[in-house]
Write a protein that binds this ligand. Structure first.
Ligand code: COA
Length: 336
């Protein structure tokens, strides 16, 4: 059986920064409220007609440079996003055209905050099976154009940022020992009975006999709605479970792990996860302070930032977990 590994990582965030204070009067919020509840200090939001696939294309070019491959060596695209360029076709197709990869298969993964790890799992299986050799897994979001930027939307709007992160997954060469770079396992879960705890109702084919109309816009059904407390509670339970599942599968303990890359929804959630598992805080790499929640992009952005900061070095054992809308949750254990 072939083993797969992450060959390189890259990320891109749009240049325009919105500090918490920049949102204060717009949303009737404050820097103090946002920092205390979430840890967020700022977020990047796109300007003009920049799209999700634009951000993904920039992150992809950087991931290819990091993996030391040409863009035209990518033989499969897996694009995780909840903020697609258009309802259909999938954003993977728009990205594929921008990358000039005509003929290469392009998937969209719709698992929200767990989308990157779901995508990584697909890539891992494809490489292990020998079907593809250079799989792009990219998570990207443009949230800023879809948020309610009035006080009525403040509970959700302050949480989200725009950005993209990408990895290239390929086969390990030669005989692989336990200490070599590799993806050991991925673990995927969902519980659809909580689908409406964090969701966007419209447009949608389940809205009576019209997918979208003026009354739905008037009601704000096109904006994300969240039961923040339910999300917090389930995330704090499912992420530790998913990490333990990955460790158990591979005969490892929490203390064997060199770095934890968690989804970035709320600093308090990650602190609770760390506390439950007894992880020293310096082993958890958080980026939410600078980028807020970029949904499918948080984990690859974190990976890239950790490399740049010298916190993620070759040979390190890394555990990663995510939780989000669906509810969906996932984890992986890999050696960098
Ligand atoms: N600024 C100022 N006040 C705000 C606010 C904001 N941005 N958003 C909400 N509030 C107010 C509420 O109106 C409420 O006021 P009230 O007590 O006068 O009614 C008060 O703050 C408390 O609101 P509540 O929703 O109970 O806050 P909370 O303690 O549950 O924290 C979250 C809210 C969103 C920070 C928290 O629930 C959370 O982080 N949940 C997880 C969200 C998440 O991770 N989402 C992404 C999923 S991947």
């Amino acid at each position: 059986m072939i083993s797969a590994k992450i060959l390189g990582v890259g990320s891109y965030v749009p240049p325009r920064i919105w500090k918490n204070d920049d949102l204060a009067s717009l949303l009737d919020t404050s820097d103090e409220w946002i920092r205390q509840r979430t840890g967020i200090e700022q977020r990047h939001w796109v300007e003009g007609n920049v799209t999700t696939s634009d951000l993904a294309a920039s992150a992809t070019e950087r991931a290819c440079a990091s993996a030391k491959i040409r863009v035209d060596e990518i033989d499969c695209i897996v694009f995780a996003t909840l903020s697609p360029d258009h309802e259909f076709p999938g954003s993977g197709c728009f990205l594929q055209a921008k990358l000039g990869l005509s003929g290469v298969p392009a998937f969209d993964v719709r698992q929200q905050c767990s989308g990157f790890l779901y995508g990584l799992s697909l890539a891992d299986q494809y490489v292990k099976s020998g079907m593809f050799r250079r799989v792009l897994v990219v998570g990207a979001e443009v949230h800023s154009k879809g948020l309610n930027k009035t006080p009525a939307g403040r509970d959700v709007t302050v949480l989200f940022g725009d950005g993209a992160g990408a990895v290239i997954v390929g086969p390990c060469e030669g005989s692989v020992t336990e200490k070599d770079s590799q993806i050991y396992s991925t673990h995927l879960h969902a519980d659809g009975q909580f689908a409406k705890e964090l969701w966007i109702a419209a447009p949608g084919m389940a809205n009576g006999n019209e997918r979208m109309n003026a009354a739905m816009v008037e009601e704000g059904l096109h904006y994300p709605k969240m039961n923040g407390k339910a999300v917090f509670m389930h995330a704090s339970k499912r992420m530790p479970e998913a990490i333990l599942e990955a460790l158990e599968k591979n005969g490892k303990k929490v203390e064997d792990v060199d770095l934890f890359l968690f989804h970035q929804a709320n600093l308090r959630i990650n602190e609770m996860v760390g506390k439950q598992l007894g992880i020293p805080s310096e082993k958890i790499f958080n980026t939410i302070q600078s980028f807020a929640n970029t949904t499918a992009a948080t984990i690859p952005i974190g990976m890239d930032e950790a490399v740049k900061a010298g916190k993620l070095k070759k040979g390190m054992l890394v555990a990663s977990a995510a939780f989000g809308s669906g509810f969906t949750w996932a984890s992986t254990l890999f050696r960098w």
